[in-house]
Design a protein around this ligand. Sequence first.
Ligand code: T4K
Length: 404
Amino acid sequence: MALDEQISKAIERPISPINGRSDFEQQAIFDEPRFVTKPSLPPLDDFLPYLEEIWRSARLTNGGPFHRQFEQALADYLGVKYVSLFANGTLALITAMQALGISGEVITTPFSFVATAHSLNWNQLTPVFVDVNDSTYNLDPDNIEAAITAKTRAIVPVHVYGQPCDVEAIEEIARRHNLFVVYDAAHAFGVSRNGSSILNAGDLSVLSFHATKVFNTFEGGAIISNNAEMKEKIDLLKNFGFRNEVTIMGTGINAKLNEIQSAFGLLQLKHLRSNITLRKRIAKNYEQSLVGLPGVSFLLEQTDTEYNYSYFPIFLDAEDCPVSRDALYDALKANNIFARRYFYPLITEFPPYNQPSLIAEGGLPVAAKASQEVLCLPIYPELKPEEQCIILDVIYKTFKTHMG
Ligand code: T4K
């Protein structure tokens, strides 16, 4: 189909009257809010036996049986060597950096959640923000290489929205310059390339099991490591650094995942595959329905990659799109649809990171543009096809209004 035809097909698509109404200028189309995400929860009854076992054993935390089972189950599910569970992704990131035992500069991305940079600051490491690539929105290997100085010790890339970084190029740079690589893989649970987990790349990868993620334990996180010594070090660090009752091995922290959350994680794993399938259906429907809208682009799927469909970001080009990102954000909001501008503002716009000395030469033009143009649309397994249809209708209607 010619592009013109496709655009007009998208724009001219009749807007469905919802609940007998087609008056969404006056009234929000949804009575109840539809958020960017909604946590997936298993049937409550299925969780009761786990709780009964915890009550019976009175083992609540500190690496109990559910914690150990969940670590093994995750390692098997994800296809990785070692998993260390954490109370949340931020503590996992902070501990991962602590485990490296480094000081100096760390190259990272400004186009992420602020926790990525906070984990460096908590370790007195200096973040050096370099620009991202304009198709994946992940760190661009050429920019990484250009930003390396005598003080650089590590690279912390993010697989943003679950799109894998160029791990081979990053690996090669890290090897040549003798740098650690810690992936912030908070968005990349279950993502694989050529049949192998993306979490196997680099020295360490960090996951988040926050309520808003593809896989949640209410709060939670993990560090993926690939050697037994590192796994042991990380496990000691997350329990205050205790090697035994009378020995401390370093500046540890209390970051353990408790038994209730570990048991919950075991149960959640059973539902993960079907949840990802439902997410994929929603993502594909957005793609097919929005393709051809002028100035709108999506992340391109790589054929060798299995995605988790954790987010559905669209980018509204400031020059070519008749609707600005914020106009669409507002129009959706007026209809009780809470899309999110992940990641706006850039990390480098927040204190303490808003210092020119922390930004690599060449600046951050690609990240700045992405941050102004991105909008993450609602995507979660419970989003019904008819609800997605309404969201699409609001988008079409907004385009129609702005195109005159
Ligand atoms: N690295 C990266 C790249 C990350 O994206 C994150 C976290 C981290 C590291 C750190 O991992 P954690 O320490 O969080 O494990 C949310 C999340 O709080 C945060 O975990 C996530 N990234 C970030 C991208 O998004 P907010 O401020 O957008 O959350 P909030 O509360 O506005 O939630 C978004 C929507 O989700 C709400 O409008 C409604 C819905 N929601 C949220 C919660 C908490 C629910 O339906 N139920 C809920 O319980 O940060």
